[in-house]
Design a protein around this ligand. Sequence first.
Ligand code: ZN
Length: 170
Amino acid sequence: MSDCLVLNSNGVPVTLLPLSVISWQESIKFMTLNKVEVLKWHTDWVVRSPNWSTPVPSVVMLKEYLKPKEVVRFSRTNLYIRDGGECQYCGLPLDHREATVDHVIPASNGGKTTWANCTIACMKCNVSKGNKHYIFPMSIPHKPSYYELIKKRKQLKFTVKHKEWLQFIE
Ligand SMILES: [Zn+2]
């Protein structure tokens, strides 16, 4: 799914949240349509058809500038970034995979799955909090701006599918 990083014509990813990536099929399609310039190839990956073969692009740059949409989508990953990757009840730094989404007002009590009602919590705090709604997170949940999220994103350790992408992201 995410085989090729897409950079805008100014050399930075079209979007960071989520990272602008496309499948290998799309990367080859854009390449043959002459819409992108390939900056890096996968060194160990060649695809073949009866008539031709090509290495798979790893990083491509758009030839025409695409105006980025600076939208903040509600997602577990963006919530994790907003909360600095820390449990909002005990402060424990969490790995992205072990972070859970906690509803401050429990969903069973009508709490909504929104920026204003969700925080990142460790499993232990999430379970022990359960349906109690007199326990509040350290920071008041809010909808972050795009720039707030980008700034926080840069403070967190970035893991990407392919190491060679990092030089285009940091
Ligand atoms: Zn915790």
